[in-house]
Design a protein around this ligand. Structure first.
Ligand code: NAD
Length: 368
């Protein structure tokens, strides 16, 4: 299955299927993205990636800061009619240059802007975590389905060469029968006034941010869905950063094969790691899920060997992600990281919080 996934992702560049009329009218064949939220990720990471894309272009910006929006639009040659505020965002319905809306806002705003985008007839790329609750995630999927529009979650690691190679090795038995996965992700939070530390905007603490990478890694490395979770939280509530959200949380996932995953996230130390142990060896990544500079090696009988992924298209994980959704729009295929994939994570996230709160194991397979 993962080979199919990788082949599909890597062959996306080769597809030259018919583009919608608006792209054809523009003559470049690329589909247009509107970036909603000109913050550190939307402006700092995503917008600079369009130059690496084969099928995607920047078509509009949506911001609460008119001067910043104008500056970014000028830098990228966008016309004034392609600048939107949050209040007049729904006018985007009338902009034929925009095919896809990319939601790069605080977590609690993802549902609203995804649903408004779908109702405006646009496809949606939504950042992780997909939403702040299962109920919101379900309403986002329903809105996109009703509008017959694609919904993809910004899980960039599914387009990152080391993570793709680690999945391929794990799923083809390079480490033998998978027994255990460990994944830890964290960084040191500073300013207590940041939205990530405000529950109303973040939906939670480190789990809703870096914890999503640990959870995703456990699922994509095992290739299984967990049947139970047991979690524990440790937060110094006298620390002004952690009055509203958790600092450290760890959780153990149990998989049908008997494999376990020990996952963790925190806001008080920097870490970024994935380790898989099988009965014939191990696969390690550290750093594992950074924007660049990831490293991987395999281990067997006390020997370690560095692994480089096979050469693929000279695209970054971000460009691969942006172009993948375009190809899905063109071909009608479901994104490999669809809204349903985001919803699966949200269900587990809610169970992790519940387990930590109630001090007991929560079943995810409906069994008592
Ligand atoms: P940020 O704080 O740098 O940017 C947030 C943007 O939202 C800003 O432009 C801000 O002005 C705007 N905004 C609108 N209403 C706001 C409000 N009420 N409060 C605060 N900001 C408001 O955050 P970011 O790091 O760009 O994160 C945005 C989203 O992207 C989050 O969901 C985050 O999880 C995700 N993200 C993903 C990755 C990744 O690697 N996939 C990396 C970083 C962030």
């Amino acid at each position: 299955m993962e080979l199919d996934r990788r082949d599909f992702v890597l062959s996306a560049a080769a597809l030259t299927l018919g583009a919608p009329a608006c792209a054809a009218q523009r003559g470049d064949g690329k589909l247009g993205y509107a970036i909603v939220g000109l913050g550190s990720y939307g402006l700092g990471m995503i917008i600079p990636q369009f130059k690496n894309c084969e099928h995607s272009r920047l078509a509009a910006v949506v911001s609460g800061d008119p001067a910043k929006a104008r500056r970014v639009a000028d830098e990228h040659g966008l016309p004034a009619r392609s600048i939107y505020s949050y209040a007049d965002f729904d006018r985007i319905r009338d902009n034929p240059d925009v095919d896809i809306v990319y939601v790069c806002l605080p977590n609690a705003m993802h549902a609203e802007y995804t649903i408004r985008a779908a109702r405006a007839g646009k496809h949606v790329m939504c950042e992780k975590p997909m939403a702040v609750s299962v109920a919101e995630a379900e309403s986002m999927i329903a809105a996109c389905r009703q509008a017959k529009r694609k919904l993809m979650i910004g899980y960039r690691c599914h387009f990152e060469p080391f993570n793709l190679e680690a999945m391929r090795l794990a799923h083809t038995g390079a480490a033998g029968k998978i027994r255990y996965v460990r994944s830890e992700h964290g960084f040191v939070q500073g300013d207590p006034s940041r939205w990530r530390l405000k529950r109303a905007l973040s939906g939670g603490g480190s789990l809703m941010d870096m914890g999503v990478y640990s959870l995703q890694a456990a699922r994509y490395m095992t290739g299984e869905e967990p049947v139970a979770v047991t979690a524990r939280e440790s937060t110094d509530r006298s620390d002004p950063r952690f009055r509203e959200v958790e600092d450290m949380i760890e959780w153990t996932l149990e998989f049908p094969s008997g494999a376990l995953a020990g996952c963790q996230s925190m806001y008080s130390a920097n870490q970024n790691r994935i380790l898989l142990m099988g009965d014939k060896g191990r696969i390690e990544l550290e750093p594992a899920t950074r924007y660049e500079g990831n490293r991987m090696w395999t281990g067997k009988d006390g020997r370690e060997q560095a692994v480089s992924p096979p050469p693929g298209p000279a695209r970054t994980q971000f460009a691969g992600q942006l172009d993948h959704l375009v190809q899905c729009v063109r071909t009608g295929a479901e994104p490999i990281v669809s809204g349903e994939e985001g919803l699966r994570d949200m269900r587990i996230v809610e169970a992790i919080y519940r387990s930590a709160r109630e001090g007991r194991t929560i079943r995810l397979d409906g069994r008592a």
